[in-house]
Design a protein around this ligand. Structure first.
Ligand code: ACM
Ligand code: ZN
Length: 532
């Protein structure tokens, strides 16, 4: 009898242990942008106990972005673990991985992140944040599915641009923009800081730039209708604000590229310092949109000294590799009749005003190169001769990008048809907020291929990546800005991160539901068309 009871107990124990040890079956999870490899595994990691122990081989210092992000997304308090084995989460350096790459393995016992730099760790945690949203809450505990992910970006330059001049966005609004970028694994923020309609960066040597140049008394209604809103508009970032934003961007593994526009789009600076223009003014900060004839005088030595003086302070504020010098849409009308500009052309044996612009940009390039910075310019900088080390941002289609790459220059693709997020994004446009024009749908963005077929393969490595631009003439508020950005930025993130073979628009349209949760969770506004 005794044996009989033992046998029953044994069988029961076997059944119970079979029930408790058989792992929950693998659950497909979605990460956007789609990783290089993602394999669902049986089992769940259950967030239990009083807190979560984390062990890193290079605590805080190298992984502080990942650690800080983890603290904001993780449901429990994070504490330092004593050892690799006894910790719930492990972050480890792996020299075999490339820049920005990571491996993320979630097993029932541990979440393990491998990376070779701080960006890799940060992107692993961004992916983990999406996985958390797909966990199940069972008896108040979060169960997250087990998975193995190997991931790295296709392109090194993954950019978003923001025009804060046509409409000003506050420090907090810019930070939110950087959060959206971080969540999509973008890594370059092109900050368009100077324009006809407003100069937005404090330069201590030239205080009138922000005293005068940061404000306009009113703004035209619609597309240069001749009617004005009678509402002053303006604002600028102090140097402390700039440092704060640069640090915040760094926290999101984003490098900030300031754009100090020259020689065109400079009316706000001319309003502040009229002696820098060909006619001497007076000038006004622009209240309408467009391209204006009054630009910096390229013949005036004071202009060059001013540019260099302003750039000295810019260099100090932005630790990144690049400074964007604009270069687009600079009419040559004033230069054609300006004695100083004509004198400059004569003394430097410049054949025409395009060469004069090229001389201007090259002067600035030499100055910046000597200070350890590289320049980026819009594709007009090809006209009249491209500066020696310049990187070209190809916006009027791809042809100038191809030309620049084939002459050995680095290129960032930003063709207006696919990368201008100030365009309309859906028909009928009457149902959309008023926009500059154009039509760039989520699908158009998704299908964009940054390496043009026409480009000789040996130069493909010069295409560093892509950037989408958000010009703000018709985007006066943050919620409108986010509406124009999302979900097109989500589509662009796959163009930039996901390998060509892993791209699939149908899969993307299903997967994007996860980003809807991310947008909602963060309170970001977005266009709803692809979710309907
Ligand atoms: C540009 O859109 N003017 C670069
Ligand atoms: Zn001039």
């Amino acid at each position: 009898m005794k044996t009989h009871v033992s046998l029953i107990v044994l069988v029961c124990t076997m059944i119970i242990s079979a029930c408790t040890t058989s792992p929950e079956p693998a659950k497909e999870i979605i990460i956007l942008p789609q990783p290089v490899e993602i394999h669902a595994q049986d089992g769940r990691f259950i967030i239990s106990g009083e807190n979560t122990k984390i062990f890193t081989d290079q605590w805080e210092e190298n992984y502080y972005q990942a650690m800080d992000l983890l603290k904001t997304i993780w449901p429990q308090e994070i504490q330092a673990g004593e050892s690799e084995k006894k910790s719930d989460i492990l972050i480890q350096y792996d020299a075999n991985l490339s820049a920005e790459a990571y491996e993320l393995t979630i097993s029932p016992k541990q979440i393990k992140i491998l990376c070779a730099d701080s960006s890799g760790a940060y992107y692993a945690v961004q992916s983990l944040s999406q996985i958390l949203l797909q966990g199940d809450i069972i008896k108040e505990k979060t169960h997250i599915p087990c998975v193995k992910i190997k991931d790295s970006p296709r392109f090194a330059y993954r950019g978003m641009h923001l025009d804060v001049c046509r409409h000003f966005f506050t420090v907090d609004e810019v930070k939110n923009y950087l959060d959206i970028m971080g969540a999509h694994k973008f890594n370059r923020f092109h900050w368009h800081l100077t324009e006809d309609q407003g100069w937005r960066i404090e330069i201590k040597k030239y205080p009138r730039l922000t005293e005068i140049g940061a404000y306009r008394p009113e703004t035209v209604i619609g597309k240069n209708t001749g009617e004005y809103d009678s509402t002053p508009h303006g604002g600028f970032y102090t140097q402390d604000d700039i440092r704060e934003i640069v640090a915040y961007a760094h926290q999101n593994c984003i490098e900030v590229i300031p754009e100090i526009e020259m020689p065109g789009h400079s009316l706000a600076a001319l309003a502040a310092y009229p002696e820098l223009g060909c006619t001497g003014g007076p000038y006004e900060v622009a209240k309408t949109w467009g391209v204006f004839d009054d630009v910096y005088c390229a013949g005036n030595d004071k202009t060059m000294a001013f540019m260099k003086g302003a750039l000295d302070e810019v260099i100090e504020l932005f630790p990144g590799e690049y400074i964007h010098i604009g270069g687009d849409e600079c009419p040559k009308t004033r230069w054609e009749t300006c004695p100083r500009c004509q004198w400059r052309m004569k003394t430097h044996k410049l054949a025409d005003e395009h060469e004069l612009q090229s001389w201007f940009i090259q002067e600035i390039e030499h100055y910046l190169n000597n200070k350890g910075k590289r320049i980026i310019g819009w594709d007009e900088i090809l006209e009249g001769g491209l500066a020696e080390n310049a990187t070209v941002m190809s916006w009027r289609g791809e042809a100038r990008g191809i030309e620049a790459a084939e002459s050995g220059h680095d290129v960032i693709m930003s063709p207006n048809n696919e990368c201008y997020f100030d365009h309309y994004q859906a028909e009928p446009i009457d149902n959309e907020p008023f926009a500059i024009g154009g039509m760039t749908t989520v699908e158009d963005v998704y299908h964009y291929e940054p390496i043009p077929e026409e480009l000789d393969a040996e130069f493909a490595h010069h295409i560093l990546g892509v950037q989408a631009n958000l010009w703000s003439e018709y985007i006066p508020t943050e919620s409108h800005l986010q509406y124009m950005m999302l979900p097109r930025a989500t589509a662009l993130a796959e163009v930039l991160w996901t390998s060509k073979d892993n791209k699939d628009y149908d899969r993307f349209l299903t997967s994007i539901e996860i980003m809807k949760s991310v947008y909602d969770e963060n309170g970001w506004n977005y266009a709803k068309h692809v979710f309907e």
